[in-house]
Structure formats: C-alpha cells, structure tokens
Design a protein around this ligand. Structure first.
Ligand SMILES: [Zn+2]
Length: 252
C-alpha cells in the first residue's frame, strides 16, 4: 500500500480516506544553516522523518511544506521566508482540505522551531472546529531520548546534531570542509531576562550557532532512528484514538 499522497491516484486516495481519519503533514523552512549545510535542512529532515514514520505506521503522508517563518535568517542568501500569518493560513487550509476527505487527526512534523508559535495557535483553533492536530519536533525529542551524544553547544542551530542528521540522510548535500564552529556574540544591550528582536546576522558571521565540526553520519543515524521510533509510538496511538475523546471537554 502506498502512503505518500503525491504518489497515489485519486481512487487510491479515496480508498485510504474512506478507511482512515488520520494524516501526517511535514513542514519546515528553507533557510541558511551555515556554509556546510543545504538551505533545505529543516524541510528535508522533517520530510524524511514524516515519510519513514508513514511507512512504518501505514498512515498517509503529505508532501512537505518547504517554506516557513524564518525572517531572522534573511541576510544569508537563499533564505525564503513567509509571514507567520501567511504560514498559519496556508497550513490551516491544507488541514481543512484534509478535513473535506474525512481527516480529523493531523500529525504535523515540524522541522523548524520558528514555525512552532503559529502551529500551536493553529492547533488550538482547529481543535475548536473538530480537528485534532499534534505537533512533533525531532530535536527536543532527541535531547530527551539521547541526552549524552551531543553537548549543548552541538545542539544549537546548524550545530553538530542537525549536521549529523543531514550527513545520515543526504550526505551528498553536506560539505564538511566548510564546517564552522562559532560561539554567537552577546548583544551589548543584553541582560538577564531580556528578549531582543535580533537576527542571526547580529549574533554570528557564519550562520552557525555553536559547534558543528564534530558532526558524523553515525550519530545522525542514531538520532533519526530514535526520533522516528518515538513518533511511530505517537502515530499508532493517535490512529487508534477516537476523535470524540480528543475534543474539548464541556464546562465542569
Ligand atoms: Zn535547522
């Protein structure tokens, strides 16, 4: 049985949607990850995790949405960004389109942290209208599942962890001779407890936060396997769950 929507014919899609009320939607961004990594890092990783999970759970997976909320990287060439409002409405309409075919449960596999605030808002709004959306992010999962294989400096944007997953999934797109280790600058105005509207270019020259040069495909494979296993557990549970039990509870 096929699980990738874009590979199905419409009768095959009809068969799936007639029997299932769940789908997986990968989303990411197209943004700089330092000179060594491809711009597609966040959407390529989300796509791979989502598609592997789909194959193991027999749950339908949509094509990845490659553009997200990443204006903070725009000074680095090739970063294509959309507004939070545009991203939110685009994802909403894709979910509503799935709803037209009877989908009531959507697992969003998000590859870019900057998308999370709007995805969280959207998930709450969709729940009010009868659709349950969960959002999975691989890197907070990896910190919990494999706490010891990377240091905090290796787990930052474009660091060794993310680069390792790239090396495991698409090594031909990574050029480790261009790897950078860069500790971000602290802004002169920074004090404890302060949030500033900074961009990546305010803090780094290369676009890399922390340590990247220690990346390896072997570590990346461990991360990929662990996070896919974890997501498979969730998708299998959600597949079995009745939508009625997932909706807002009445007033107490
Ligand atoms: Zn990234």
């Amino acid at each position: 049985m096929k699980v990738l929507l874009h590979e199905m014919s419409w009768p095959e899609a009809k068969e799936y949607f007639s029997e299932n009320d769940i789908a997986i939607l990968p989303v990411g961004s197209n943004e700089q990850h330092g000179p060594a990594n491809p711009l597609g890092t966040d959407h390529l990783i989300a796509k791979s995790i989502a598609e592997e999970t789909a194959k193991r759970t027999r749950v339908l997976c949509l094509p990845v949405i490659p553009f997200g909320v990443s204006p903070q990287h725009r000074q680095f060439w090739g970063t294509i960004f959309v507004s939070p409002r545009a991203f939110k409405e685009y994802v909403r309409e894709i979910c509503l389109s799935l709803g037209y075919y009877g989908v009531r449960k959507v697992v969003v596999v998000n590859g870019h942290g900057g998308n999370l605030p709007v995805l969280s808002e959207l998930a709450r709004e969709l729940r009010e209208s009868g659709m349950f959306t969960s959002i999975f992010q691989w890197w907070p999962a990896a910190v919990k599942l494999l706490p010891d294989i990377f240091t905090a400096e290796e787990r930052r944007h474009a660091g060794a962890e993310e680069t390792s997953v790239n090396l495991a999934l698409h090594p031909q797109l990574v050029n480790m001779t261009k790897a950078f280790d860069e500790m971000p600058r602290t802004h002169a105005l920074q004090i404890e407890g302060l949030t500033l509207p900074l961009s990546t270019v305010d803090e780094t020259n290369s676009g890399v936060y922390g340590k990247q040069s220690t990346a390896s495909a072997k570590k990346g494979t461990r991360v990929f396997e662990s996070v896919v296993n974890e997501l498979v557990r969730h998708v299998n549970r959600l597949k079995e769950a009745k939508i009625e039990g997932l909706m807002q509870k009445p007033k107490v």
